[in-house]
Design a protein around this ligand. Sequence first.
Ligand code: GLP
Length: 244
Amino acid sequence: MKVIVVKDYEEVSAKAYEIMAELISNKPDCTLGLATGGTPVGLYKKLIEANKAGKLDFSKVQTVNLDEYVGIDYEHPESYHKFMNRNLFDHINIDKANTHVPDGGASDPQVACDEYNKLLASKTIDMQLLGIGGNGHIAFNEPGTPVDSVTHIVHLDERTIKDNARFFNNDMDLVPKSAMTMGIKNIMAAKKVLLLASGANKADAVFNTVEAKPTTKVPASVLQNHPDVTIICDEAAASKLTNK
Ligand code: GLP
């Protein structure tokens, strides 16, 4: 794992932009694995600015998203479909037919998971972007998720529901209790992984991911077994690392 520690959130976004923009420039038809949550938003803003300035072209880029809530309407502003459109896809020259988010609104979620696995099997993700949950989850793979998991339905941890309540008027009752997520095996199949972490509430998760022994109790720690992982964190998120 390569760990890059920068000053603050703005610098996390700038460094992540540098790395992702280099890939898109070198491989215009790349497949990006994309993430939601607050952390990637700064990076997405930079990708939008670069596209508007004519510096980055998304016309041949394909994307696959990590996860989606189950049990809220597709049109709900906090569905991850809407999140991706609002924070990235609506503002760049990507062909929406080339963007993919699991179908959390499917009448049969298990069939939708199977279809998403088929889609993933037909592609190679050149770079998978990840945030990290306060409990070390990646995508919605909560503690205990097996390493050989593929896209599946999950019941969200109490902590994840609490953490995500800020997107639902701070009302935990409004946060969906389950989701559809790529599994650890799907994530590990990406050629490169770029994980971003910002803020002191991620410090334990970052320490457990980077310096503790890999365990399924901290899903992100399993990334220690991936050959090409870069973690960009700000000083607050890196504050518990002993090796900086
Ligand atoms: C959600 C998403 C994850 C994300 C995590 C952290 O649970 N499913 O993909 O990494 O939130 O979000 P944030 O970046 O807002 O802290």
